[in-house]
Design a protein around this ligand. Structure first.
Ligand SMILES: *Cc1c(COP(=O)(O)O)cnc(C)c1O
Length: 491
């Protein structure tokens, strides 16, 4: 407002004064108002230069300027609309006017064109040191000192004895199933509420997924649904070869009852810990509970190698076998000899260097993500009908993504609509994962719900993720809060 005043002038002002005003403000333009203070037009540097070239003098009044109508927007106009107008007319400023035609703000392209994204890579300070070392020593291969060190670091942090660095989290989960001898026709239980990469490796093996619902308490696999699914499978003589338990949005599943059930039926557990590096369950690291677990270092995860994954286990033989399978399964022989099908799944020594640098700041990244979540909760505390992802007392979540449900009985607006409105403001929110049992590619697959109703369906229908990056500024977090309040009618 006060800023607008410093660049506002009238037709009685002189060209000289307008030029001085432009010099001081650094905006490259002034706003011309009429006697009643209503906006008339913008006057740019260029407008004044043209005026002088056409013979006007420095002491002439601005009244000699032609009367044109400059573009404006209202305060209700979404950012995306304002930007589209700027693009169309090749301008970098847009005055925002109220119902009386008064300027309340000046939008500048450079201030509004940067979107707030869901979760972007956040580099630390030492990644380049490890990467440069790889170049200097010519370790540009899917093995080398960075790979070895990254594996040791992850094993320590994840509380497991052994780790194999791989090209992706999906590769880690696939190898886990291969190592557990999952074959064509076998059944594998898998959380329904997850990303497709948890379930696709089951299909890679030609195995049959059975999807298990989430519980409302943690949004992860429901032990109640798992119990029923195991009992049914036992009765039908179709016990699964493995259970894929997913730890979503930075939070572990309720591992004790899940492991108790799986042990009782003698079924091994694979933890999809792609989203939960740095989280704990009852004080123990997420990823240390399954027979095997897979982490992901994709670009949007809490730490990244731009792309990569890690398979971990306490079983040395499994990880040794994983290293063998992930490097094309070459038998020890002077020539190329293969007795099983192998994969090209190993992580490069360069990317492992990025991972080593990233791991040094994992603690800070977790704290930053939790702080983003806490800021949202505090800033929206008085808005009814927002149900945040719960953090049970046994859980320490990294809050990899800040997620919530919009209660449809409180708000007239669906989560999808909220996501759309935020998108128009250049804020990237996303729906929660669409459950696997609703994916066309898995149509007809068995699905066992938590109770009479499906929890994962409700989560998908009402939920959303807000921007959650550890590199978000306080201003960006505030803007998300302000816009969510506005969208939900709580300004
Ligand atoms: C990211 C992710 C994966 C896959 O990891 P990539 O490294 O991208 O292959 C698997 N499961 C879940 C739940 C994920 O979020």
């Amino acid at each position: 407002m006060s800023e607008v005043a410093t660049i506002s002038t009238m037709r009685s002002a002189r060209v000289r004064d307008a030029l001085a005003m432009i010099d001081r403000s650094g905006h490259g333009l002034v706003l011309l108002l009429d006697e009643a203070g209503r906006f008339e037009r913008t006057v740019t540097d260029g407008d004044l230069r043209r005026l002088l070239l056409s013979g006007a003098g420095m002491d002439d009044e601005l009244d000699v300027l032609p009367r044109i109508t400059s573009l404006t927007v209202t305060a209700q106009a979404p950012r995306r609309e304002a930007l589209a107008l700027m693009d169309l007319h090749r301008i970098n400023h847009l005055p925002v006017i109220d119902e009386d035609g008064r300027v309340v703000n000046l939008l500048e392209r450079r201030d509004i064109e940067k979107p707030i994204l869901l979760s972007t890579p956040h580099m630390g300070e030492n990644e380049m040191t490890f990467v440069e070392e790889a170049f200097r020593t010519n370790w540009i291969a899917p093995l080398g000192p960075n790979v070895d060190a990254f594996e040791r670091d992850i094993a320590r942090i994840a509380g497991v004895a052994h780790a194999a660095a791989l090209s992706s989290g999906t590769a880690a989960l696939h190898l886990a199933l291969v190592l557990l001898d999952v074959r064509s026709g076998d059944r594998v239980f898998c959380s329904s509420f997850t990303f497709a990469a948890s379930a696709n490796p089951i299909a890679y093996q030609g195995a049959v997924p059975v999807f298990i619902d989430a519980e409302a308490e943690s949004w992860n696999m429901s032990p109640r649904a798992l119990e029923r699914a195991l009992a049914q499978a036992k009765a039908a003589g179709q016990l699964p070869k493995a259970v894929m338990v997913v730890n979503l949005y930075g939070q572990s599943a309720d591992m004790d009852p899940i492991l108790e059930l799986c042990n009782a039926y003698n079924v091994p557990v694979v933890e999809d810990a792609a989203e939960s590096l740095g989280a704990t369950y009852k004080g123990r690291p997420s990823g240390s509970f399954g027979r095997l677990a897979g982490f992901s270092f994709n670009g949007n995860k809490i730490i990244t190698t731009s792309g990569g994954g890690m398979l971990v286990s306490d079983d040395a033989a499994l990880i040794t076998r994983a290293r063998f399978l992930s490097t094309q399964a070459r038998d020890p022989a002077p020539h190329y000899e293969h007795s099983v099908i192998g994969y090209n799944y190993r992580m490069s020594n360069i990317l492992a260097g990025v991972g080593r640098g990233q791991l040094q700041v994992l603690g800070e990244r977790v704290a930053a993500r939790r702080a983003v979540f806490d800021a949202y909760v505090a800033g929206l505390a008085d808005v009814p009908g927002i149900d945040w992802m719960p953090e049970p007392e046994w859980s320490f979540s990294t809050r990899w993504l800040s997620t919530c449900m919009i209660d449809p009985t409180v708000h007239k607006m669906s989560a999808t609509e909220v996501i759309g409105r935020l998108g128009a403001e250049m804020i990237e929110a996303r729906p929660l994962w669409k459950p696997m049992h609703r994916q066309p590619v898995f149509a007809g697959t068995d699905y066992i719900t938590d109770g009479n109703q499906s929890v994962s369906d409700r989560l998908f229908e009402n939920g959303l993720c807000l921007p959650s990056g550890s590199n978000m500024s306080a201003d960006e977090i505030d803007r998300v809060i302000v816009m969510v309040r506005k969208v939900l009618g709580r300004t």
